[in-house]
Design a protein around this ligand. Structure first.
Ligand code: FNR
Length: 415
């Protein structure tokens, strides 16, 4: 907080806007239409994207006065899922795929910002940079690995082995994206970020996945001639970031990696009983991400998960789905402290973080805002976004008469 205020006093503006809507507007201007649509967009009529944010606007804090808050503690203990290490702030970076669309330094820049702020990073299955290459920038910052449960379980096993080798403290299995949602904005632009000829590096760097690509018989269908719209989309992307265009031009085996990815990326036949198999594949704690129904929280506990992430994937999967914040209190009540409950979808500010913590989250994942920071100013942009959220959280606590994050309860909220 001090740093951002002091810079302001001396006439230096922060690297990216601190006001969340201004940040979004600036990122919209800077990003290609395709990258913007992929990052900002959601499912269908974008109702749940809007509802996630609106749910925060409905909650009100009732500050308390004359409380000694001179010493404040933002740290949290999440136990086993954090490898027993205390997190300095109740935040982590949400897993976000294909970050190279926002900035060529992608996960490298994000990891450096994570290390600079101490905010743990959740590495995505769909990362643009293989996890092994992100680790040097992370230093000793905590890291989790997010898993999309592939149709090929050798690929799952390989990802888990790699995650263990890079020192991940936990695995986050995302349950809400066994199929890609109805992403209207991407559909209308005829654009899928996964359609790069060379594929997503997290996969293509994986030895088991590579073997699948090599074994794949050449497609009997001729490669379709690119449509004018596809060429326009590539050129428009290339103005912002030439990587995808160059990759598509260079690729010697067009489509094989992408087709293999689409074959194996995920599957829809899994049920709670399959979790036992995952348990046998790794000794790491397992969190499930994407829960919205309190009965699912009960089932998750019955099946021995080590943590829950309340999330609706930022409104990208089921349009008209309930706002994630409205799902949080019921799940927190069901879990009743037996395992940590994390939260995401719609968090835009430090005040939002305080509200989610008050409604029962033990920690909160930051999603789109850090991608906007990345798109605008690389590492410095992500760092500014995180520092702003931390600064505002600290001030919100202090000015509301709360000294420690674990003392944030629903009592602080109006109604
Ligand atoms: C995501 N999210 C996501 N989740 C996940 O488990 N694996 C992934 O690879 C991705 N990829 C991804 C890409 C983009 C561009 C976005 C915006 C989101 C979901 C993410 O982890 C988180 O749940 C949401 O971002 C939370 O919503 P808000 O706060 O960003 O609106």
């Amino acid at each position: 907080q001090g740093r951002i205020y002091q810079a302001g006093v001396f006439g230096r503006r922060p690297a990216v806007p601190t006001e969340p809507v201004a940040l979004e507007v600036a990122a919209h201007r800077a990003m290609s239409p395709q990258a913007w649509s992929y990052v900002a967009g959601g499912a269908g009529q974008q109702r749940t994207v809007a509802a996630n944010v609106a749910a925060f606007a409905r909650r009100r804090i009732v500050p308390r006065m004359f409380v000694d808050v001179a010493e404040r503690d933002l740290g949290v203990d999440l136990g086993r899922i954090a490898g027993g290490r205390r997190w300095p702030v109740p935040l982590a970076l949400a897993p976000i795929g294909v970050l190279e669309m926002a900035h060529p330094q992608a996960e490298h820049a994000v990891a450096r910002a994570a290390a600079a702020t101490g905010v743990p990073m959740v590495l995505s299955t769909q990362a643009s940079v293989p996890m092994e290459q992100v680790v040097p920038s992370l230093g000793s910052t905590p890291r989790w690995f997010q898993l999309y449960w592939s149709r090929d379980e050798d690929v799952v096993a390989s990802f888990l082995t790699r995650a263990e080798a890079i020192g991940a403290e936990a695995i986050v299995v995302t349950l809400d994206t066994h199929l890609l949602g109805w992403r209207t904005h991407d559909l209308d632009l005829a654009y899928l970020p996964f359609a790069r000829a060379e594929g997503i590096a997290q996969y293509t760097s994986d030895p088991v996945f590579r073997r699948l690509v090599d074994k794949r018989p050449p497609s009997s269908e001729p490669t379709p001639r690119p449509t004018l719209a596809a060429v326009r989309a590539l050129v428009s992307m290339a103005r912002h970031y030439p990587g995808p265009l160059l990759a598509n031009l260079r690729s010697s085996r067009p489509r094989a990696a992408v087709e293999t990815f689409l074959d194996v990326f995920s599957r829809s036949d899994l049920t709670w009983d399959d979790l036992a198999r995952l348990r046998e594949m790794t000794s790491l704690p397992i969190l499930v991400k994407g829960l919205q129904h309190r009965d699912d929280a009960r089932l998750a506990l019955e099946h021995g998960v080590d943590g829950i992430v309340v999330s609706n994937h930022g409104g990208r999967q089921v349009d008209n789905a309930v706002a994630s914040l409205d799902a949080l209190p019921g799940i927190a009540e069901e879990v009743a402290g037996r395992v940590p409950v994390l939260f995401d979808s719609g968090v835009r500010s430090g005040a939002d973080v305080a509200v989610a913590l008050a409604l029962g989250a033990d920690a909160v994942l930051i999603g789109r805002p850090y991608v906007y920071g990345l798109a605008l100013a690389g590492e410095a942009g992500v760092r500014t976004v995180l520092e702003s959220i931390i600064a505002e959280l600290d001030l919100t606590l202090a000015l509301s008469g709360v000294a420690r994050v674990q003392d944030l309860t629903a009592d602080l909220l109006d109604g």
